[in-house]
Design a protein around this ligand. Structure first.
Ligand code: ADP
Ligand code: MG
Length: 350
């Protein structure tokens, strides 16, 4: 266990500003997901933490002691930080057990640490297999086991599940989460997959163009995104034009209660705004229900556990509604439906 503290970190590659003023604190034993699109600087941040890149400004501390500044850097092998790369990169000539035991001292080997970690990642019984006789998911499990085996206080994972299909990803990330927990490791998981970040992490740090634009618990990011870009990146967004009317926003879906948010200095309360809803906030109600707004179904995406309807209101506004019982309520394209909003909207400047 160890606290990881990153403060004011800058990193340029020639003219490319890969990291600009990154601040991030990861509590001891916590799992933080760094979520951002491709090219936003996620890998660069991990490489700086691991010690593979020198900083241009700022500092990185592990449990209070400085491991990196622009002038001084503890070498990677002395940082006690393990890295799980995107593709496992196992030693092809070593067995599964050989791979996991590779970095262990003799005492840990004798204590059966490698077998214990393999058990933790669901690979008991695979000790003697060679890497080329494993599936992609099994290889990633071995890579995780190898990283965790020496009990590193900090574990960094760089999009480790990318190559796997959806069902396997979900299973593996649960197993990895449990393995990290069992060890009490402090972990940073880099991903461009919002579902992965929201489902696994204690906190999510959203990265864009080399900056962390918002960080916080998954529920907070999803419910109160700091700006429209974050809103759209961490989930599906429905945007409605709005005019404030007291504590409500007048929108094409009616006068909606809004989540209180402090107006920025100089904000004109009567200026046109826009509000954010999530598709699951828009419910189908019986036609004629009070406050219902009529809409036409223009699209229907069926996902089994739910479905998303693309809808057009009478004034032409396009919205989306997530419905959770699509098998029993199957509106088709062209149907008229009635809508009502649940919960509060979040206001943003136009
Ligand atoms: P991510 O992991 O989020 O996709 P990266 O950290 O790999 O992003 O890259 C951030 C930016 O830095 C990108 O613009 C990328 O092209 C650039 N970059 C990354 N590594 C290098 C390098 N070794 N040399 C030059 N530019 C690089
Ligand atoms: Mg990357």
């Amino acid at each position: 266990m160890a606290e990881l503290r990153i403060a004011g970190v800058h990193k340029d590659y020639g003219p490319v500003r890969a990291l600009t003023g990154v601040d991030l604190t990861v509590r001891s034993g916590a799992l933080v997901a760094v979520l951002g699109p491709s090219g936003s600087g996620k890998t660069t941040l991990l490489r700086c933490i691991a010690g593979f890149e020198a900083l241009d400004a700022g500092e990185i501390r592990v449990d209070g002691s400085r491991v990196a500044t622009p002038d001084a850097s503890v070498p990677p092998e002395r940082r006690r930080i393990a890295v799980v790369p995107q593709e496992g990169a196992l030693f092809p000539h070593l067995s599964v057990l050989g791979n996991v035991a590779y970095g262990l001292d003799r005492a840990a080997r004798r204590a059966g640490r490698a077998a214990a970690v393999l058990d933790l990642v669901g690979l008991a019984g695979f000790q003697d297999r060679m890497p080329h006789h494993l599936s992609g998911g099994q290889q990633q499990r071995v890579a995780v086991a190898r990283a965790l085996a020496p009990r590193p206080p900090v574990v960094l994972l760089d999009e480790p599940f990318n190559a796997l299909d959806a069902a396997l990803r979900a299973e593996l990330r649960q197993d990895v989460w449990q393995a990290l927990r069992a060890d009490g490791a402090t972990a940073v998981l880099v991903t461009h997959d919002q579902a992965e970040a929201l489902s696994i992490a204690d906190e999510v740090a959203v990265m864009r163009d080399g900056r962390i634009v918002q960080s916080g618990p998954p529920e907070l990011l999803y419910g109160t995104p700091a700006d429209p870009w974050v809103a759209g990146f961490v989930g599906d967004a429905v945007w409605l034009p709005a005019v404030m009317d007291g504590d409500r926003a007048r929108t094409p879906l009616g006068a909606l209660p809004v989540t209180p948010s402090a107006p920025a200095d100089g904000d004109d309360q009567n200026a046109p705004q826009r509000v954010l809803l999530r598709p699951e906030q828009i419910a189908l109600v019986p036609p004629g229900a009070p406050d219902a707004v009529l809409a036409t179904v223009v699209r229907r995406d069926f996902y089994g556990h739910d479905a998303v309807l693309g809808l057009r209101l009478a004034d032409g506004t396009a919205v989306a509604a997530r419905i959770f019982d699509p098998a029993s309520v199957p509106p088709s394209v062209g149907d008229q439906v009635a809508l009502r909003v649940r919960g509060a909207a979040r206001v943003f400047p136009r």
